[in-house]
Design a binder for this molecule. Sequence first.
Ligand code: SF4
Ligand code: SF4
Length: 157
Amino acid sequence: MMQTLMTFFKTIFLVDLLKGLWLTLKYTPQPAFTFQYPAERRPTAPRFRGVLRLQVEPGTGAQTCIVCDQCAKACPDDLIALGGHREPGQKIKILDYFDFNLSRCSFCGLCAEVCPTKPIKALVMSEDYELGSYSRDTQVMRVDQMYDGVAIEQYTR
Ligand code: SF4
Ligand code: SF4
């Protein structure tokens, strides 16, 4: 009986509506937590996993990938195919191709995790997250894109 009366008075005096309005008033003077994307981009978290990227030696721009194939073997979905050749007198293999099928990647990070090169990891998960494109073909990234990043498509109406 008491519960029914409480509900009745709450309904009559619009208590829930007033509670909602009070919340709105409380947060209205505070600055908005909205980023004006794409003009503004929210910074990513330190361990954010974006699209895969190959890295070169920072000073020299030399290839760091040793073409060991561990990343391709670690991928549970078989999304990486790579190959290289050995030049006479060269210690490490030259990377000829590195194809990565972005469209089915689950961003699990296993491939980057097993990459053994030090101090620069040849394969890392970058902070790039704008990965949409108009066709499936462009979702397969070739070696140049693996170094330079994905070209961002500008959407038009
Ligand atoms: S992040 Fe995971 S799914 Fe994507 S390529 Fe690497 S191992 Fe494969
Ligand atoms: S990216 Fe790393 S794991 Fe993959 S082949 Fe190159 S060195 Fe090996």
